[in-house]
Write a protein that binds this ligand. Structure first.
Ligand code: ADP
Ligand code: MG
Length: 252
């Protein structure tokens, strides 16, 4: 089976500081890979590289088998629709002067979705992220943190991407809201088969949502494998430390 997203031996330095020392992973359709590590371990840098928002010094990235780093502008434009970001702060993804409906329509237009389908698509998207249809008229500042994050998710899935890169996407939310949004991600994945590259510093979140886990420590992979296996029997001292520091998520 071809991985929807694969990275081989990614190296990235900022000046004399090496943020990633040769990191590899493979992510398949319908699966979630949790990228874990404390602040500064290189998680966001890896996420930006696999979206080609940042260039690696060396290594390869494949999106559905296509070499992302070899793509020209036009190919990259098309590829960017297949991999979408859900950021930590949803308000970065939403225009504050536009309603929820206008924000989603803006995204649909950018992705060249035919205008006549916008209303029905927006209605479906709100339903997919468990928000009532009348939120279409709300402005971003009227939304709670959890509601705003749901809209950011709706925006990211608007055109049926293959991969969601979620960078600390639930980290700013209260624990109870966090569990609800994680359940929304899981349901979306079951419905659409979207793969998730789920960055978090929080092992409890990873335990809740990830099939597989990649633990980074100062830009190196210190542990990788099935989440249940890694968390049940961590081989690395750093992973054991992270585990000891985790809180637990109450399933909603
Ligand atoms: P994480 O997301 O795991 O917290 P990051 O990937 O954001 O970590 O950062 C990894 C390391 O790379 C950090 O030490 C950070 O300061 C450094 N870094 C990230 N981006 C840049 C940049 N544009 N310029 C210089 N250093 C950077
Ligand atoms: Mg980060």
């Amino acid at each position: 089976m071809t991985a929807v997203l694969q990275a081989e031996n990614i190296v990235k330095s900022f000046g004399s500081f090496t943020a990633l020392h040769g990191v590899s992973f493979s992510l398949e359709r319908g699966r979630t890979l949790g990228i874990v590590g404390e602040s500064g371990s290189g998680k966001s840098t890896l996420g930006r590289i696999v979206m080609r928002l940042l260039d690696a010094d060396s290594g390869r990235v494949f999106l559905g088998g296509d070499d992302l780093l070899a793509m020209d502008r036009a190919q990259l434009r098309a590829a960017r629709r297949r991999i979408q970001l859900v950021p930590q702060d949803p308000r970065n993804a939403l225009n504050p002067t536009m309603t929820v409906g206008q924000n989603l329509a803006f995204q649909l237009r950018a992705q060249e979705v035919p205008r006549k389908t916008w209303n029905a698509t927006i209605e479906r998207l709100l339903d997919q992220v468990s928000l009532p249809a009348d939120y279409v008229h709300a402005f971003p500042h009227e939304l709670s943190g959890g509601q705003a994050q749901r809209i950011a998710i709706a925006r990211a899935i608007a055109n049926g991407p293959d991969v969601l890169v979620c960078d600390e996407a639930v980290s700013a939310l209260d624990k109870s809201v966090q569990a609800q949004v994680l359940n929304t991600f899981a349901r979306l994945q079951a419905e659409t088969g979207v793969a998730m590259f789920f960055i978090t510093h929080d092992l409890a979140v990873v335990e809740h949502i990830s099939d597989d886990i990649l633990v980074l420590n100062r830009g190196r992979t210190v542990e990788a494998g099935a989440t249940s296996a890694v968390l049940a029997d961590p081989q690395d001292a750093y992973t054991r430390e992270l585990l000891a520091a985790r809180h637990s998520i109450t399933p909603a």
